[in-house]
Design a protein around this ligand. Structure first.
Ligand SMILES: [Zn+2]
Length: 65
C-alpha cells in the first residue's frame, strides 16, 4: 500500500492542535490528505485542517480505478 493510500485510509486527523497548552493530535474525521510542506509526506486531515496542498479522498478513489 502506498504512503498516500495509508494516509487516506487513516480515520482521524493527525494535525496537531494545542489543548490547554498541551500539543495533541486533532482526532477529527479524515476528509482529505495533505502533504507535509517540510517532509513532503502525506498525512490525513479533517475538514477544519484541510487547506492548500491537499488531495481530496474522492480524487484518490478515482485514481485507484
Ligand atoms: Zn483536524
Amino acid at each position: 500500500m502506498t504512503t498516500l493510500l495509508r494516509a487516506a485510509l487513516y480515520p482521524n486527523c493527525t494535525e496537531g492542535v494545542s489543548r490547554k497548552g498541551r500539543f495533541q493530535p486533532c482526532g477529527s474525521t479524515t476528509v482529505a490528505v495533505r502533504y507535509d510542506p517540510d517532509s513532503g509526506d502525506p498525512y490525513p486531515v479533517c475538514a477544519h485542517h484541510a487547506r492548500a496542498d491537499m488531495v481530496p479522498l474522492l480524487k484518490i478513489l478515482e485514481d485507484m480505478r
